[in-house]
Design a protein around this ligand. Structure first.
Ligand code: ADP
Length: 343
């Protein structure tokens, strides 16, 4: 029994008549034991099975309380013979693991759907090309569409890889002091051609010389994703502005557009993976629905946050708020990793 106290799970030891001879505090808390007996038929059944056969018995169990109040709880019970005449029944809380499983299942279902759509389109287009092999004009048209589907597929694969890297165990293993001016200009360079094609006026303003501490690639990726969206969801001949400022001890980097805006009811959900206000529009611009969830992860990895302001039909502003890297005083080169370098 002393050894059982060391087991993390809730335990109850019963005799041959299901009378409890010992119970851990957890067993009482979960409602396994009531009035000195096993409280639930499922528990008594497990004990009886363990008594009948020598093997350990395992089953899922929903405590009555959780059932009545519809709580997302899942316990796994195990019963095994302890010493002659005594059986131990243990309950382990798997609720957290179950919730993670549910999220993962949704995610996998979404990924499969998103991957299947371009693959199905490619299959059809390949057949169409074959059928039209003596019509060069049609072949060219189908080939162009194949190219678009392929870029969608590769964008999706790249973003999935980015996202899984961000969720890795050591999110900031490559942290350094990053000058905000550098990361803004790197992100701007990455989208300049696309902005030009839409005659969008791309500008950077704000306070120069600010620094943040973090993973340079991740931060550039976050700003670039916001710029990508600003361009994607804006009409031609509009303006997109990136601005940096110091507010208290936080650096704010905002990306503003004069685009279609985001309806109020969608504003909370756009940071979820695969959530899109208008799936058709997002697909048309090569969107994957992953961009903003990547931005959110980057901010969380850096102890910051991302917020959105938007007015439908007028535009949107996304703001990254990251802890500022304070100047170290004279003589310290800002390009050197600071004292916190081993975070
Ligand atoms: P996507 O790849 O579809 O752009 P994101 O995760 O980057 O996915 O964004 C989620 C959704 O939020 C988009 O589908 C779009 O509906 C909306 N959205 C994001 N940025 C903007 C913006 N700047 N203006 C208007 N809508 C936006």
């Amino acid at each position: 029994v002393a050894a059982l106290s060391a087991v993390g799970a809730a335990c109850a030891v019963v005799d041959e008549d299901d009378v409890v001879v010992w119970a851990s505090p957890g067993a009482t808390a979960w409602g396994m034991v009531r009035a000195g007996r096993l409280a639930d038929p499922a528990l008594r059944r497990a004990a009886a099975e363990a008594r009948a056969g020598a093997e350990a018995v395992e089953a899922e169990w929903l405590p009555k309380e959780a059932r009545q109040r519809n709580l997302p709880v899942l316990l796994v019970i195990r019963a095994a013979p302890l010493v002659p005449g005594q059986t131990v029944v243990m309950a382990e809380d798997r609720s957290a693991a179950r919730r993670i499983d549910d999220v993962r299942r949704d995610f996998v279902a979404n990924v499969s759907h998103e991957l299947k759509t371009p693959v199905a389109a490619l299959t059809l287009l390949a057949e169409a090309v074959e059928d039209a092999s003596d019509e060069p004009e049609a072949v060219r048209r189908f080939a162009a569409r194949m190219g678009r589907e392929v870029s969608r597929l590769s964008a999706l694969v790249i973003e999935l890889i980015d996202l899984s890297r961000l969720q890795g165990d050591a999110p900031l293993s490559h942290a350094t002091v990053v000058p905000v001016d550098d990361l803004v200009s790197e992100a701007l360079d990455a989208v300049r051609t696309r902005a030009g094609a839409q005659l969008i006026d791309l500008r950077a303003t704000g306070e120069p010389g600010l620094s943040v501490f973090g993973d340079r690639d991740q931060l550039v990726m976050a700003v670039r994703n916001l710029l990508d969206n600003a361009i994607n969801y804006s009409p031609e001949r509009t303006r997109v502005v990136v601005a940096a400022s110091l507010v208290g001890d936080m650096v704010e980097i905002s990306v503003s557009d004069q685009g279609i805006g985001i309806p109020e009811r969608d504003r909370q959900r756009i940071f979820e993976r695969f959530y899109r206000v208008d799936p058709a529009r997002s697909r048309a611009t090569g969107g994957t629905g992953l961009g903003l969830s990547i931005v959110k992860h980057v901010c969380e990895n850096h102890g910051g946050e991302v917020t959105v302001w938007s007015a439908e039909g007028a535009g949107s502003t996304f703001t990254l708020r990251l802890p500022a890297q304070v100047a170290q005083g004279p003589g310290v080169d800002a390009a050197e990793p600071a004292e916190r370098g081993s975070r």
